[in-house]
Design a protein. Structure first.
Ligand code: ADP
Ligand code: MG
Length: 476
């Protein structure tokens, strides 16, 4: 095989070198290996898809020019890309890039023999003199996997996190993006991964940082003229955890610098863990190239936990604090606060504080009073049983009678009202509501709901009943 491809590429490099900074040249051109030349087609091998994208974004004008100069007006460039993710069976694939139309990129069959392996490509980022020592990881030991209760709501995110903790940078989950609403455990899980890694690989440099802090550090670095140090510091990490990346939205410069750091880490097989309050598709004012990278690995969401998981979380927390609460209180807490774990834990903490300050036993009543004050604005889960109980208390009926098949007028009415509120305030199906109210079918429940709403339009006293009950139910 002739060495024409090498010669041609060498000639290209000469021109390129004169046109860009040395650092850029080392970073983006030294690792390239010329593979072959066929007619007017020169194939070069690049270490990753990311690398190829980077060339395309930043150097395409230059590349076009030099290719035309060295190969003639019909000169074309093709890329052979070494598969990423550090799997041992990495196969290269080819992206054909006609130098005249670089926006249409297609994957072509794998047909390019590898002429070198990745390990021969030297790392252009290694900065002499910078040692990986004494980086404070900022991990909170309380936020461990052991303290993280598993449930349907977090199964995927938790197990992906666990996999990452056991093999940082060595799974397909890079970056691992954990997203979900406020107080659902993103920060906890992110720490747990970091702790897991530190436990198993004490020599790895792990850093947890909130995105706000990152952004502030960056601004300081700009002001102090130490941007390079800032970048080098972050590029030194084996594992970088950035919490709440949605905070980067609208901050172009910060996104830009993070993009560089991300690229460097990812390309060197370092693990990146991100959290966000929303999935990448919903992030606003975030650069497309950054969003596309967020999607490279795995985006796993945290849902609001179900009742059992909430109870388990409270129990774990009590156990951790050496506290024992009556089961009914725990259930009540878990039942009443269902959208935010932090809020639920907060309620538990203030309940305990209240009780010890006032030297009161923690009873269901105390819990009720407290929760009322604590979570005014939280949507609460109301159960059919609870509605039945409130309605029966109000009309002074036995709950068993309501659930029976009796046709007594006042019972029928109370039953209908209970059905009405069950339909309105729970997510239960009509059939399920019927089953709870004396074994009625869904048509009966529907009829009851219509009757109640008609009556409330025509009967003043009835309307007062309803608004009284509604108040009681929403107060819990
Ligand atoms: P986020 O970062 O999503 O807003 P956090 O990670 O700060 O939420 O979690 C809020 C609180 O809830 C923390 O005290 C955390 O320990 C707790 N928590 C969340 N999920 C779980 C879980 N699955 N098991 C135990 N505690 C949890
Ligand atoms: Mg958080």
């Amino acid at each position: 095989m002739s060495d024409l491809h090498k010669e041609k590429w060498e000639a290209c490099l000469k021109v390129i070198k004169d046109n860009i900074s040395l650092q850029a040249f080392k970073t983006w051109f030294s690792p390239i290996v010329p593979v072959k030349i066929e007619g007017d087609n020169l194939t070069i091998q690049v270490p990753s898809h990311f690398f190829y994208e980077w060339l395309e974004e930043h150097y395409i004008g230059l590349l076009k020019k030099v290719i035309k100069k060295e190969l003639g007006p019909n000169g074309r460039l093709e890329y052979s890309i070494v598969m990423e993710n550090n799997t041992s069976n990495s196969t290269p694939y080819t992206v054909k890039l006609p130098a005249s139309n670089l926006s249409s990129v297609k994957n072509a069959p794998v047909n390019v023999p590898l002429t070198s392996n990745e390990s021969q490509i030297r790392n252009p980022f290694i900065i002499p003199g910078l040692k990986k020592v004494n980086v404070e990881s900022n991990l909170n030991p309380a936020y461990s996997f052991e303290n993280f209760v598993e449930g349907d709501c977090n199964r995927l995110a938790r197990s992906a996190g666990f996999a990452v903790a056991n093999k940082p940078g060595g799974t397909a989950f890079n970056p691992l993006l954990i997203y979900g609403g406020v107080g659902l455990g993103k920060t906890h899980l992110a720490h747990a991964i970091g702790i897991g890694i530190k436990n198993q690989f004490p020599n790895k440099t792990v850093l947890y940082v909130g995105s706000e802090k990152f952004a502030h550090q960056f601004i300081d670095a700009i002001q102090n003229g130490t941007t390079n140090d800032f970048i080098h510091f972050y590029q030194m990490m084996d594992v970088l955890i950035i919490d709440d990346v949605q905070f980067f939205s609208g901050k172009e410069k910060t996104q830009d610098v993070f993009f560089h750091i991300f690229n460097h880490l990812h390309q060197n097989g370092k693990q990146i863990i991100l959290t966000s309050d929303k999935p990448p598709v919903e992030m606003q004012n975030m650069e497309q190239r950054l969003l596309s990278r967020f999607k490279w690995g795995l985006s796993a969401d945290l849902q609001a936990p179900d009742l059992e998981t909430r109870i388990a979380i409270l129990e774990k927390k009590m156990y951790g604090n050496g506290i024992d609460l009556p089961r009914e209180v725990v259930e009540y807490l878990a039942y009443s606060i269902n959208t935010n774990i932090r809020e639920m834990e907060g309620a538990l903490t203030s309940l305990i504080a209240q009780a010890s300050l006032n030297k009161k036993a923690i009873t269901l009543d105390l819990a009720r009073q407290m929760i009322d004050k604590f979570v005014k604005n939280t949507a609460r889960e109301v159960s059919i049983e609870y509605i039945q109980k409130v309605v029966c208390d109000y009309f002074d009926l036995e709950i068993e009678i309501l659930k029976s098949k009796t046709r007594k007028r006042e019972v029928v009415q109370a039953r209908q009202i209970a059905m009405f509120f069950s339909k309105k305030m729970t997510k239960s199906s009509l059939a399920n509501i019927g089953a709870h109210c004396g074994g009625k079918d869904h048509a009966t429940v529907l009829h009851a709901c219509r009757t109640v709403s008609n009556l409330s339009d025509t009967d003043k006293q009835f309307k007062i009943y309803l608004s009284d009950l509604e108040k009681r139910l929403s107060m819990q």
